[in-house]
Design a protein around this ligand. Structure first.
Ligand code: DC
Length: 231
């Protein structure tokens, strides 16, 4: 990673909209995108395929250390995520894998194994990095850090709609519970807990549209990176 590469981090809890916002902001800026949650989801998915429990620390750490993953996009620009040559984008988005990701993400050697891989995404002309610890641990020197949040009810509603739109099964009450459990686990773990960086700009998107959040982030980016923007 070069310090000269501008980095914009977007952290926040599950369902805050950060994935969508990060993708749209990266597109508008013409920058690379790091979806760090996908890496933890891939570890959880690979573990489940191999019948490895999500609390088996050495086995999950070994998976993370040898993760054979590739990110690409189809002709329509839809994300494609490849694990060992197989396209798994839809499979890793289920709530079950999200819960597994949150468990394997609490294992310190899993996080350590993914550190360099995440930093390597910082390539010119710039990077938008989405996750839980982008601004606090992975890119502490990022010039612009956003912490995107929303009320737990609103996040459960959004997740419900997102899963339905993808044709995946969803139950709103169960989702609310899972989100609360995931928030608790992600925020209370000793290593790289979910929290805003001290220098993060907090945006509460509870009553904001995605477009309004994107516009706000782009406005902040224009102030921080005046010469770097494509648009
Ligand atoms: O953003 P997501 O829902 O795809 O993330 C799935 C899980 O991965 C999340 O519950 C916690 C973990 N995660 C993490 O610990 N650190 C990150 N930078 C990104 C995700």
């Amino acid at each position: 990673m070069s310090d000269a590469v501008p980095v914009l981090t977007i952290d926040g809890p599950s369902g805050s909209g950060k994935g969508t916002v990060a993708r749209l902001v990266a597109e508008r800026l013409g920058w690379h995108l790091l979806d760090s949650g996908a890496l933890y989801r891939l570890v959880a998915y690979a573990a489940r395929e191999r019948s490895i429990a999500w609390d088996d620390e050495p086995a999950n750490a070994a998976i993370a250390a040898h993760l054979d993953v590739r990110f690409s996009a189809d002709s329509l620009g839809n994300e494609q995520i490849w694990l060992e040559g197989r396209e798994v984008s839809v499979h890793i988005r289920s709530e079950a894998i999200g819960a597994g990701a949150s468990q394997v993400a609490a294992i310190p050697p899993v996080r350590a194994a993914l550190l360099a891989r995440q930093r390597a995404f910082a390539e010119p002309p710039g990077l938008v990095a989405d996750g839980r610890d982008m601004g606090t641990v992975i890119f502490p020197g990022a010039a612009l850090k956003i912490y995107l949040t929303a009320s737990a009810e609103e996040r459960a509603q959004r997740r419900y709609k997102q899963l339905k739109d993808k044709g995946l099964g969803a139950n709103l009450a169960a989702l609310s519970q899972e989100i609360a459990e995931r928030d608790r686990r992600d925020a209370s773990r000793p290593i790289a807990p979910l929290r805003p960086a001290d220098d993060a700009q907090v945006i509460d998107s509870t009553s904001m549209s995605i477009d309004a959040v994107v516009a706000r982030v782009l406005e902040l980016a224009a102030q921080r990176f005046p010469a770097k923007q494509r648009l």
